[in-house]
Design a protein around this ligand. Sequence first.
Ligand SMILES: C[S@@+](CC[C@H](N)C(=O)[O-])C[C@H]1O[C@@H](n2cnc3c(N)ncnc32)[C@H](O)[C@@H]1O
Length: 246
Amino acid sequence: MAGPLHFDALAETYQQARPPYPEALWDRLRELEVLRPGVRVIELGAGTGEATMRLLGAGADVVAVEPGRALAARLRLRCPSARVVIARAEDAAMGEAQFDLAVAATSVHWLDLGVVIPKLRRAIVDDGHLAVWRTAFGDPRTTTPFRDRIDAIVARRVDEPVRPGPGELDTEGWARLLSSSGDFTVVHVDEFRWTIDLSADQVHGLFRTFSNWTASEAQAAAEAARDLGGTVTEHYVTPLILLRRT
Ligand SMILES: C[S@@+](CC[C@H](N)C(=O)[O-])C[C@H]1O[C@@H](n2cnc3c(N)ncnc32)[C@H](O)[C@@H]1O
């Protein structure tokens, strides 16, 4: 399986291919009043700024931590009003009581939580929050001919990459892990299900960005989309876990 800098080597594809987060997620963050004008946010693993853009658009002041230099360069261009720090979250200086909200958007599984969670507790104000979400590219509840083809590609792997930690849709497992040190307590859990139509070229770009997919597997996924008429409807899930500093 590729390491955390997999995305940096594919920065341009990453920016073009990764879909935005669902609108309902942003609505919920605003309803919960953790995202509001003037809120001070530290974002971990900001990539090319898919979430950063929306945080800034909601009126937040954002410090965006991103270790990949190519990703960070794109992030700076896309989000000039964010302060971009090129570092791993484990190494970044975060100070004390500097932020109201920490965000990890499809990045928490790359972090050493034993180091990052206590750092965040120090960096966040009393009653501040940590919002963690990620998109699972494939809803196990929905079967489609395209998904059958994807399953067949994955089934051909000799060594299926295994990532440590809870599965991407094991939201309870993630909630337990994120709160296990006692630094944060879970206050809200949600799950957003959504669909997107992708052309075969878009399938190719998107699957290239997945750290557990090889180039030839991404090619096979695009061929599957072409065989199925050239456009496929994908069903995705975005779980959200909101925690409050204890
Ligand atoms: C799947 S991408 C998500 C990027 C972005 N948040 C988004 O929603 O599109 C994961 C990101 O985490 C970053 N990353 C990996 N290890 C990290 C670490 N230790 N600290 C901070 N970011 C990290 C990667 O460079 C990459 O930008």
